[in-house]
Design a binder for this molecule. Structure first.
Ligand SMILES: Cc1ncc(COP(=O)(O)O)c(C=O)c1O
Length: 383
């Protein structure tokens, strides 16, 4: 029997996504729950490369050629960083863990969007974050009320809402962090999945004084199983993040790094990305058509300009929280992501939920959404 666990373990909540994904993989279940890319978009495994020397230990910061390639891409996005400011990660989830370890103590004030990525909340809470939530379209509320040490934001195709900040909101957020001397932590894994023209300039590129971390991922555009992402940050933070990464896993998988570098440098990289965008845009539109058929009278939503999710709000309250509907939904053969875990302040948000459109086959959309709508209708309270 374990005698003593660390006190922080009491703050560690099981990720609801993991629990749901374990059911979602069962045969016959149509899953709109996880943020999974469509499997057919993954590169042919024969094109992933390795050489014998990749089996040796490598540098913590990442393979130098990959870091240079990433810094060039960031330059093109408007974020001017040197290769030495890039740290390759074992998935961008690792960046959340490293930044939390670096900046969050018990009681540290952390500003987050309401709603926000639930697995970031899971990590921040483990380290004892004290949250200041703000409505995505009301950045000014933070300016008026709070003085956070860290601000975590997903400005482009946000998870879960798919919201994309306007140019003015991007500038306002950077200004706010400069003014409050708040560290800006920008998470940007969906930026390449754009289906409509919109400003995707990194907010970190507008920062003038304060410390910042920008991160992104190859999970959504190449393959999540490679477990590869990266961060770039202001020079003051880098040595600490490198040491934390060293302490966590020494370095990211060298086979994955070589494969990703090859795919990024491939002549067909642009074509691949374009194909991905066209495919997901078609799926988004087909999903929206099915939503209009089955959810128009019970929920409202915006068509996402990018990313992988629809975020819906029910028109009428439910007699139970959305989490309580998971079991009946699974019994009916379909899963979804309830809204509650995306809210830091735990405010009862029974009326919101997230649906992923990338993973499920076109042919299953309509049947799955019909089943889900029937479950929701059963528990809707109409006044
Ligand atoms: C906003 C956000 N950040 C980080 C991650 C983690 O992604 P990965 O570790 O696969 O790069 C995800 C995954 O869905 C996400 O939605």
């Amino acid at each position: 029997m374990i005698r003593t666990l660390s006190s922080r373990i009491e703050r560690l909540k099981a990720s609801p996504i993991r629990d749901i994904l374990s059911v979602a993989g069962q045969p016959g279940i149509i899953s709109f729950a996880g943020g999974l890319p469509e499997g057919s978009t993954f590169p042919d495994v024969g094109r992933l490369t390795a050489v014998q020397s990749d089996l040796q230990y490598g540098p913590t910061e990442g393979e130098p050629r990959l870091r240079s390639c990433i810094s060039e891409q960031l330059y093109q996005r408007g974020l001017h960083v040197e290769p030495s400011q890039v740290l390759v990660l074992s998935g961008s989830q690792q960046g959340i863990d490293l930044v939390a370890k670096l900046l969050i103590d018990v009681g540290t004030s952390v500003a987050v969007e309401s709603p926000t990525y639930l697995a970031a909340l899971q990590v921040f809470s483990l380290f004892g974050a004290c949250y200041q939530s703000y409505q995505i379209d009301d950045i000014a509320s933070i300016a008026d009320t709070a003085n956070p040490a860290l601000l975590y934001s997903i400005p482009t195709f946000q998870n879960p809402s798919s919201y994309v900040y306007t140019t003015e909101q991007r500038m306002a957020l950077a200004q706010l962090c400069d003014y409050k001397n708040t560290v800006l932590f920008e998470d940007d894994p969906y930026r390449d999945l754009a289906y409509e023209p919109c400003d995707r300039t990194p907010v970190c590129s507008f920062v003038k004084h304060t410390s910042w971390v920008y991160q992104s991922s190859f999970s959504k555009t190449i393959a999540p199983g490679l477990r590869l992402g990266y961060l770039a940050c202001s020079k003051d933070l880098l040595p600490h993040l490198v040491k934390l990464k060293q302490a966590a896993d020494l370095h990211s998988c060298r086979l994955s790094q070589r494969s990703v570098l090859r795919l990024l440098n491939d002549d067909t990289a642009g074509h691949r990305l374009n194909h991905l965008q066209v495919n997901y845009k078609m799926k988004r539109d087909a999903f929206n058509a099915s939503l209009l058929r089955h959810f128009a009278d019970i929920a409202t939503w915006q068509v996402p300009a990018g990313g992988l999710f629809f975020w819906l709000t029910l028109r009428h309250p439910l007699s139970v929280p959305t989490t309580a509907l998971l079991k009946p939904a699974i019994d009916a053969g379909v899963t979804f992501m309830p809204g509650e875990p995306f809210f830091a302040d735990g405010r009862p948000c029974a009326s919101c939920f997230r649906l992923n459109f990338s993973h499920t086959q076109h042919t299953d959309f309509d049947r799955g959404l019909a089943l889900l709508a029937a479950v929701f209708k059963q528990y809707t309270t109409k006044y």
